[in-house]
Design a protein around this ligand. Structure first.
Ligand SMILES: [Zn+2]
Length: 428
C-alpha cells in the first residue's frame, strides 16, 4: 500500500483539476468591484469580513476600525492602527486564509510593515475587467456559486441566486412592514397580506432564476419553531400591529407576542419553497460578528421541522459548527437534510477535517457539500477554495491509508462532494 504522504500528494494534484460547485457566496459583482472608491481598496479590504471578528476580538475599537476603512485616512496611518491587532490575530484561520490570497494572488510573502504599501498597490492594479474570471474560474476553479445577493440577477456565468425572505418571516415592527411592502409591491394590513407579499417577493426571485430560498434568521432569534394555527398567528399580528407599537420596546413580552407570527411565516416559507420544488438553505452554527446567542443556531432546534416536512430539501450551512455531529446525524436520519461545509474551512481547517472525516462515515456521500466560500470578495473565495482542496485531500488520504477507501474510491468521493452533489441538488 502507498504511504499516506504519496497518496496525499497525488490526490492534492488531482483535486486541482476538479471544479467546485460552490454552495454559498455573498460576492459583490465585478462591476461593483471596479467602481469602488480607490481608498477602500487598500490592504484593509482583505480584512473587512471574517478576520474583522478576530481584529475586534483582539481589542480593536469600532472607531479605530472605521478609521482603518475610511478612504480619507492616509495609508501609513491605517497600517499603524492595524498592525498591533494583526500581530495578535495573524495566526487564526481567518487571517491565514488572507495570507494565502496575499501570497498566491498578489505574490507577496506576507503582510507586514514592508509589504502593506505594495499589497495596496497590487490590489488597486487588480481592479481590471477579467479579474473575476482569473480568480474564480482560472485559479479557484469554481464553476458556479450559489449566491446570496440583493441584486436580482447576478451574472449567470458565475452565479445562481437564492432568494432571501427573512424580512417577511421576521416582520415585527411597523417599519418592517413598510420594507416588505416595498420589496413586494403588496400593501400589508393583515396576516393574509403579509403572506401574499412574501409569495410575491418569492415569485419575483424565482423569475430571476433563484435556485432556492435562504434563511439566516438564527442571527436574530432561535431556530426553534412551534406550529401555531392561523388564528394564533392572526392574534399575534394584530397584537403587534393593531396598536401603535413602540419600535424601541424590545421587551420579553414583545418576543413572546411576535413568536407565533414568525413561526407561522417560517412554516409558510418552507411550504412555499417545497411547493416550488426548490431547496432551502438554512444558517446553522456560529454567527459571524462579536456578539450573539450561539444556542439560537443549534441545528437540533430544527428537528421537528424535518419530522414534519418529510418532502422538503434542506441544505444546513456551516456544518452547524460547533454542533457538527448533531448536524451530521440529522443528515443521516432524514432523507431531506443535507450537510454543508460552507464557511467551515476558514473557521477551522482542523475542525473541518475532523467533521468531514466523521461525516464520510455517517452521512451518505451524495448528501455532503464540501465547499461554499461565503465571502464578499473573490480573493477570499479563492483562498477558501485552496484550504478546502487541502482539507479534502488530507481527509481522503487518511481514509485511503487506513484502508477505508481505495484511491479510486477517494477520487470518486471527491468528485461527488466537490461537484456532483451540489450540481444535482440545485439543478445547475
Ligand atoms: Zn453567508
Amino acid at each position: 500500500m502507498q504511504d499516506e504522504q504519496s497518496v496525499l500528494n497525488a490526490l492534492r494534484e488531482e483535486l486541482d483539476q476538479i471544479w467546485f460547485i460552490d454552495t454559498h457566496e455573498h460576492l459583490i459583482s465585478e462591476e461593483q468591484w471596479l467602481s469602488m472608491q480607490d481608498g477602500l481598496c487598500d490592504f484593509s479590504y482583505l480584512f473587512m469580513q471574517y478576520s474583522l471578528t478576530d481584529t475586534v476580538s483582539a481589542g480593536c475599537s469600532h472607531d479605530d476600525w472605521l478609521k482603518i476603512r475610511n478612504p480619507e485616512t492616509p495609508l501609513d496611518e491605517k497600517w499603524q492602527l492595524f498592525e498591533p491587532y494583526w500581530e495578535k490575530t495573524k495566526y487564526t484561520a481567518y487571517c491565514r486564509s488572507m495570507r494565502i490570497a496575499i501570497q498566491d494572488l498578489f505574490e507577496l510573502p506576507d503582510l507586514n510593515k514592508d509589504t502593506y504599501r505594495e499589497l495596496s498597490a497590487r490590489l488597486a492594479a487588480a481592479r481590471r475587467p477579467g479579474w473575476y474570471r482569473e480568480v474564480l474560474k482560472d485559479r479557484a476553479r469554481i464553476e458556479k456559486a450559489v449566491l446570496n445577493t440583493e441584486n436580482g440577477s447576478p451574472d449567470p456565468e458565475y452565479f445562481a441566486p437564492v432568494v432571501h425572505l427573512d424580512d417577511f418571516v421576521m416582520a415585527g415592527r411597523l417599519e418592517d412592514l413598510v420594507h416588505c411592502e416595498k420589496q413586494s409591491g403588496v400593501a400589508i394590513h393583515s396576516l393574509d397580506d403579509l403572506v401574499e407579499a412574501m409569495e410575491t417577493a418569492f415569485s419575483i426571485g424565482v423569475a430571476s432564476g433563484a435556485v432556492g430560498t435562504k434563511c439566516a434568521i438564527a442571527y436574530a432569534r432561535t431556530l426553534q419553531f412551534d406550529n401555531p394555527t392561523t388564528a394564533e398567528a392572526e392574534k399575534s399580528f394584530s397584537q403587534i400591529f393593531g396598536h401603535n407599537f413602540n419600535a424601541a420596546d424590545s421587551t420579553e413580552s414583545f418576543s413572546r407576542d411576535v413568536k407565533p407570527l414568525q413561526d407561522y411565516m417560517m412554516h409558510r416559507l418552507i411550504r412555499m419553497t417545497i411547493d416550488a420544488g426548490l431547496p432551502m438553505q438554512i444558517h446553522t452554527g456560529l454567527q459571524d460578528g462579536n456578539g450573539n446567542y450561539l444556542e439560537h443556531s443549534n441545528p437540533l432546534h430544527l428537528n421537528n421541522i424535518f419530522v414534519f416536512y418529510r418532502n422538503g430539501r434542506f441544505d444546513l450551512f456551516h456544518a452547524g459548527y460547533p454542533f457538527t455531529r448533531e448536524l451530521g446525524i440529522m443528515a443521516k436520519m432524514f432523507p431531506g437534510v443535507y450537510a454543508d461545509l460552507c464557511w467551515m474551512h476558514v473557521i477551522s481547517p482542523s475542525a473541518c477535517r475532523r467533521t468531514l472525516d466523521e461525516w464520510l462515515d455517517t452521512v451518505p456521500t451524495g448528501k455532503i457539500f464540501a465547499f461554499g466560500g461565503d465571502y464578499q470578495y473573490v480573493e477570499g473565495a479563492y483562498a477558501h477554495a485552496v484550504l478546502a482542496r487541502d482539507n479534502i485531500a488530507k481527509v481522503l488520504a487518511s481514509k485511503v491509508s487506513e484502508g477505508d477507501f481505495t484511491i479510486d474510491e477517494a477520487r470518486a468521493v471527491a468528485k461527488m462532494i466537490m461537484y456532483d452533489n451540489a450540481k444535482e441538488f440545485f439543478d445547475l
